[in-house]
Design a protein around this ligand. Structure first.
Ligand code: 26Q
Length: 825
């Protein structure tokens, strides 16, 4: 690439030359001849050049200052596109846009060429990405550690109303921002057996033998801090067959094993499991977990030992945050390395490990809890299993001592029980911190799900309410509103979102209200254009944009939303003169590939859309749109254009939610249940600026524990609901197959299905939801008042910055040192 000095101040001409030069050396083309994709690559490399200087400088400074470092261990990082975000954080977005315009290039088209890296499912993976942005912007030394999946989250196509999963070959054109680091490769061992040898010092040496191994190769991606020159690293591991294994194996005549080993490497990083909030006990998944954890922990220890001599003080410089239980084998892997490679005693290794590891819980859904069969776990990870057994043995002894004779305690709390290894128990017992992700969620953990552990070790438990980065979800995603906010309160909000509260004084200002509504309107026009282009549906930007975008899951109750739309349609058809404010219902959601009811709900939404959108008798008053392939890049536009934010999970089921915060930041009003972080949103903005309905989490939990709800009673007594449910099975929306939606009908009413009828209280909450929707409509008719509420939502969103969340993690859990770079000349 073109040689140049670091761009402290953006040098437009240098940048333009760099792009032209890159197109030439990469593709032997002029700018005029280059394709859009080639121009994207050339621009990305020009920016990477700037980033790399900052990256080297940051790492040099870290080496000098030796700050404590957090390793955020996560199976998922849902990063979204890097180019636009990097430009924003380099404070070079507008300059680069101008420079490109000089060259006759539209920056939006260039950004649109970048594949949207989707190495995550949803909330948990996107939270990890927001955390890296905040850590770096706030000057903390951090690594994200994960897997470089060949295929990320599938691309969703809708054909005939059904979801089709298309492989996401995100690396097809290469990833200009990543750096391959073969010099940091690690060997990861699977299977075989453990032998004990007594060495000359009389020490037991545990040796794994007869194993298969894989070489882990790290790829580094830069994480650019906002305006501070700091660049942290997302390190994702690729798998390769270990070198020269074939020769060795051929010598032994073990051809079969050689092939197996090569296949192991090929399979292990092939694809992200597309399950959100659902555990599937697949062997390959456990391999993925140990693969990236072993490599990451080995590297963390080696890096530490390059600069320090006493491994017993590891925890003073390093902390591991476990993003849910998926990386929990890190606990046993660290124990293994400390004992087997550094010869620490059990007690010494335990002292270090229990001060290094901390665990975040993201769900209370029973079906998401990781429990591995002993047979599988011990066969794949024999040495790790021995260590887990010993942790379990010691823990059970401790429980027996504290609760003498209480077998039930042991049954409930043991790490290994009933033939299974319970990862959450391992994480709680072996870590120094256990946190939930919203206040209500943490309370439910303490009082219900993890009650026994909370009683035994209350000091470990703490809450860290989630947050989101305002840099991506306002500054980049909604430039019009971002500029408007800056015009009113200055630009400190970009790195200190609490400053956005300065908007409160404008909530009742008529001019401010009009400006705000105008910006919202322009964002709705932008989204309407996207919808027309991608879905072929025309929507009216003057209608209410009522949006539910999130993974498709029964507990998130997209079914409640679409059943209510069916009800509204019935009301309109009954009385075409009905006072009705035009509404556009927008959905976006991916369903796990094997989740039948979720996929059927997508089909139902599209079937209802087909009928409603094409019924001229209702005069276009209701439109239903299913946005194909909901992902980070189109999410930014969707949040910016929303009037109503649907957050309607069954109370107690949504640990936090983070989409709810992105909507709020963009001035949408929450229509939701008192669940997850909605509770705190209401607390910040005031009940009167939201639309809250439905059962409370206490009520739901009471029903679950003591029974007492029969959906059939509602069906029998409410003709509106009965009519809607009958339409699921009488062909109203599927005349060609009246039985099509029977499984959804059964999930609500039928008792012959394996699970309880209406487990998620959809019928119970239906009428309160419909009533809340009427309040929404009435409120929207009063435009000034709506604008006031919307502005207050923006103004009160300060708490929900991931900067605030990260500072709490730093203060209460990690205790990191803040790094400041010296001014550069
Ligand atoms: C586990 C085992 C095997 C295969 C897959 C999984 C798996 C994968 C992903 C289990 C769970 C997940 C994802 C969970 C998740 O995204 N949880 C969400 O986390 C958000 C961030 O804290 C919260 O805001 C959401 O409420 C929560 O649902």
């Amino acid at each position: 690439m073109l040689k140049k000095t670091v761009l402290q101040k953006f040098d437009k001409e240098l940048f333009k030359n760099s792009v032209i030069y890159n197109v030439k050396t990469l593709y032997r083309k002029t700018l005029e001849e280059a394709t859009q994709q080639q121009i994207f690559q050339a621009v990305a490399y020009a920016i990477k050049d700037v980033i790399v200087d900052n990256w080297m400088n940051t790492q040099k400074e870290y080496a000098k200052q030796d700050p404590k470092t957090v390793y955020y261990l996560s199976m998922e990082f849902l990063m979204g596109r890097a180019l636009g975000n990097n430009l924003i954080n380099l404070q070079a977005y507008n300059d680069v846009a101008e420079a490109l315009e000089d060259l006759g290039i539209d920056i939006n088209l260039v950004e649109d060429q970048e594949p949207d890296p989707a190495l995550g499912n949803g909330g948990l993976g996107r939270l990890a990405a927001c955390f890296l942005d905040s850590l770096t912007t706030m000057g903390y030394s951090a690594y994200g550690c994960g897997i470089r999946y060949r295929y990320g989250m599938f691309k969703q196509e809708i054909r005939d109303g059904y979801q089709i999963e298309v492989p996401d070959n995100w690396l097809a054109d290469g990833n200009p921002f990543e750096l391959r680091r073969p010099e940091y490769a690690k060997e990861v061992k699977f299977g075989g057996y453990v032998n004990v040898y007594v060495d000359e010092n009389g020490r037991n040496n545990f040796k794994q033998e007869g194993y298969q191994s894989v070489k882990a190769i790290p790829y580094d991606m830069p994480i650019v801090g906002y305006g501070n020159g700091i660049v942290n690293t997302l390190r994702i591991w690729d798998a390769e067959p270990v070198e020269c294994f074939q020769l060795e194996s051929f010598d032994k005549g073990d051809y079969q094993k050689a092939v197996e080993q090569e296949n192991l490497a090929r399979n292990i990083v092939e694809v992200l499991y597309p399950n959100d909030n659902h555990y599937a006990g697949k062997e390959l998944r456990l391999k993925q977990q140990y693969f990236f954890i072993s490599a990451s922990v080995q590297e963390a220890v080696e890096k530490y030992m390059r600069k320090h001599d006493d491994i017993r003080k590891f925890h003073e410089k390093v902390t591991f945050q476990l993003n849910d239980t998926h990386p929990t084998v890190a606990i046993a892997e660290l124990m293994r390395i400390l004992m087997d490679d550094y010869y620490l005693t059990w007690d010494e290794a335990w002292a270090v490990t229990t001060k290094t590891c901390a665990y975040t819980n993201h769900t209370i859904m029973a079906e998401a809890l990781e429990k591995w069969p002993i047979e599988l776990f011990s066969r794949l990870l024999p040495r790790i299993y021995q260590i887990v057994e010993e942790i379990n043995r010691r823990f059970i002894a401790q429980v027996s001592q504290q609760y003498p004779g209480d077998q039930n305690k042991i049954a409930k709390m043991a790490i290994i029980y009933d033939g299974q290894v319970k990862m959450a128990h391992l994480a709680i017992v072996s870590g120094y911190s256990v946190n939930g992700v919203a206040r209500l969620h943490t309370e439910i953990l303490e009082k219900q799900e993890l009650r026994d552990f909370y009683e035994m070790m209350p000091e470990k438990f703490n809450n860290k309410t989630n947050g989101i980065t305002q840099r991506r979800f306002l500054l980049h995603g909604n430039p019009l509103l971002a500029q408007w906010v800056t015009d009113h309160v200055g630009n400190d909000w970009i790195t200190d979102l609490s400053k956005i509260s300065g908007l409160k004084i404008y909530a009742e200002d008529e001019k401010a209200q009009q400006e705000f509504m105008n910006i919202k309107y322009q964002n709705k026009v932008r989204l309407a254009r996207y919808i027309l282009e991608h879905n072929g549906v025309e929507v009216d930007p003057r209608s209410i944009f009522d949006v539910q975008v999130k993974r498709l899951h029964e507990y998130k109750r997209q079914l409640l939303n679409i059943l209510h739309i069916m009800y509204l349609y019935n009301e309109l058809k009954n009385n075409l003169q009905l006072e009705f404010y035009p509404r556009t219902f927008i959905f976006g959601a991916k369903a796990a590939a094997g989740y039948r009811n979720a996929k059927l709900t997508i089909k139902l939404i599209n079937a209802v859309a087909d009928v409603v959108n094409n019924d001229p008798s209702i005069g276009g008053k209701i439109k239903v749109v299913f946005i194909e392939d909901y992902k980070v890049s189109n999410a930014e536009w969707i949040f910016a254009a929303a009037d109503v934010s649907e957050q309607i999970s069954t109370a107690s089921k949504e640990a936090s939610g983070t989409g709810n915060m992105k909507f709020m930041l963009n001035g949408a009003l929450t229509l939701g249940t008192m669940d997850g972080a909605n509770v705190e949103i209401v607390e910040e903005v005031g009940m009167e600026n939201t639309f809250i309905f439905g059962l409370s989490s206490d009520e739901v939990i009471r029903f679950e524990n003591y029974g007492g709800y029969n959906p059939m009673d509602i069906f029998n007594n409410d003709p509106d609901i009965r009519r809607v449910l009958m339409q699921l099975i009488n062909g109203t929306f599927a005349p060609y197959d009246t039985e099509l939606f029977r499984p959804l009908y059964n999930s609500l009413l039928n008792t012959q299905s394996t699970s309880k009828a209406d487990m998620y209280f959809i019928l119970k909450d239906f009428k309160p939801y419909a009533e809340a929707q009427r309040r929404v409509e009435a409120a929207y008719r009063d435009e000034a008042n709506w604008a006031k509420s919307a502005i207050l939502n923006v103004a009160c969103s300060g708490k929900f910055s991931s900067d605030r969340t990260i500072q709490e993690y730093v203060d209460d859990i990690w205790h990191l040192d803040k790094v400041v770079l010296p001014k550069r000349v």
